[in-house]
Design a binder for this molecule. Structure first.
Ligand SMILES: Cc1ncc(COP(=O)(O)O)c(C=O)c1O
Length: 388
């Protein structure tokens, strides 16, 4: 998979016009990611997990391409409604929902939702009567960077009882949902989860409850520094084969977040301080853990840092600008010797970055730019335009 990458000339020309830090979003790359997903998993309807990055033009683009949206709150549903996305194109995939979220879902016509405990059933029945519900089950997968199953998912053996209780409460039991964990490099985790779901579908049928929907969650991987390389397309094709084998007639959803937006964004940041600590250089940059690089904590992410300076490389530590000593964003990073004012480019940083950035300590969030506003037609003309 090829990610979006600003050239050195582009990054420098932009930095001459905009104060760093800034992020550049490539809508063309988002479209490429969406197309890749649809091509390899043609039977799976994609509901973008907007928590990964709710940038307005990314949402509008995906809506125009035909994607649906995975929402977790009333706020996310309202954001989508404001840009004209109908409730029928949203799913409410937060197993434990706020009353305000359920009321908003009912008002906007968001009928499909997931749950993983009996306690949720009464709430859904009262505030979103007639909702179509999927029981989310727990999947064990040690090949995912972020283990979402520590917090979510009923045991698979509980699924039928949960769906039956939902039916008895006046809800419409439709199927099963799972999430193998975010940034999963294992196709086997999906294949095994699909087998578990097949068993649940068969047992439900034998118990007189025909299920027709399956939600395979998110988790599709993108390049990450220090992680073995992933061939997401081969992985998706394997999943598609297992789906065809086990679920030839079932309506399928997925909730990709990272895969659609992660490779479409670059951060451009500047070195604001250089210290020597023992054998290492420590570079303080103008974005950090409380800003775009928040994923170093919340997302367990290891970012790549690319410098535009030549020279022999050594091990460096990268720090954010805040006064908090937790603000280390990179350790053991291989970099040439840098100077104050040098730019660093951080690729593949679209997911779980700006979405969870704060203004802690009074630092502004990185400005958001769209590559399409800078680029007109060809790269060459782009450079000319930017350096003019
Ligand atoms: C319910 C749910 N769906 C989808 C996603 C998106 O996962 P990913 O970004 O790994 O595709 C998440 C991530 O936290 C999630 O919690």
């Amino acid at each position: 998979m090829e990610s979006f990458r600003l050239t050195r000339e582009e990054a420098e020309a932009l930095a001459a016009r905009h104060q760093t830090p800034f992020i550049v979003i490539s809508l063309a790359q988002v479209e490429k990611q969406y197309d890749m997903f649809r091509r390899n998993l043609p039977r799976v309807n994609a509901y973008y997990a907007m928590k990964a990055n709710p940038a307005p033009r990314v949402l509008s683009l995906l809506a125009s391409l035909g994607a649906g949206f995975d929402t977790a709150s009333a706020g996310e549903m309202r954001t989508l409604a404001e840009i004209g996305v109908e409730g029928a194109r949203m799913i409410y995939a937060n197993p434990v929902k706020m009353p305000e979220g359920l009321r908003t879902a009912a008002r906007l016509g968001v009928k499909r939702m997931t749950f993983d405990d009996a306690d949720e059933i009464g709430k859904m029945a009262e505030l979103a009567p007639g909702a179509e519900v999927l029981a989310r089950i727990r999947i064990r997968n040690d090949k995912a960077l972020v283990d979402l199953n520590a917090k979510f998912g009923a045991e698979p053996e509980e699924a039928i009882s949960l769906l039956r209780q939902a039916r008895d409460a006046g809800l419409v039991p439709k199927g099963v949902a799972f999430h193998v964990g975010s940034q999963s490099i294992s196709a086997e985790a999906y294949e095994e989860a699909l087998l578990v779901c097949r068993r649940i579908f068969d047992e439900a049928e034998a118990a007189g409850m025909r299920l027709s929907m399956l939600d395979i969650g998110g988790g599709f991987p993108i390049p990450m520094a220090g992680m073995e390389s992933t061939d997401a397309e081969t992985m998706m094709r394997r999943i598609a084969r297992q789906i065809d084998r086990l679920f030839p007639d079932t309506e399928l959803w997925a909730e990709p977040g990272r895969f659609f937006i992660g490779p479409a964004v670059n951060l451009v940041t500047s070195v604001i301080g250089v210290k020597r600590r023992g054998e290492e250089f420590w570079y303080t940059i103008d974005d950090g853990l409380y800003g775009t690089l928040s994923g170093a904590i919340f997302d367990h992410w290891t970012y790549s840092y690319e410098a535009f300076r030549e020279g022999p490389k050594g091990r460096a530590t990268i720090l954010g600008p805040s006064c908090d000593s937790i603000d280390f964003v990179g350790r053991g990073v291989s970099l040439p010797e840098l100077q104050r004012g040098d730019l660093l480019l951080v690729p593949d940083c679209g997911a779980y970055t700006s979405a969870s950035a704060t203004t802690f300590n009074g630092f502004s969030k990185a400005k958001e730019l769209y590559y399409e506003d800078i680029a007109t037609t060809r790269r060459d003309s782009v450079r000319r335009e930017m350096t003019a």
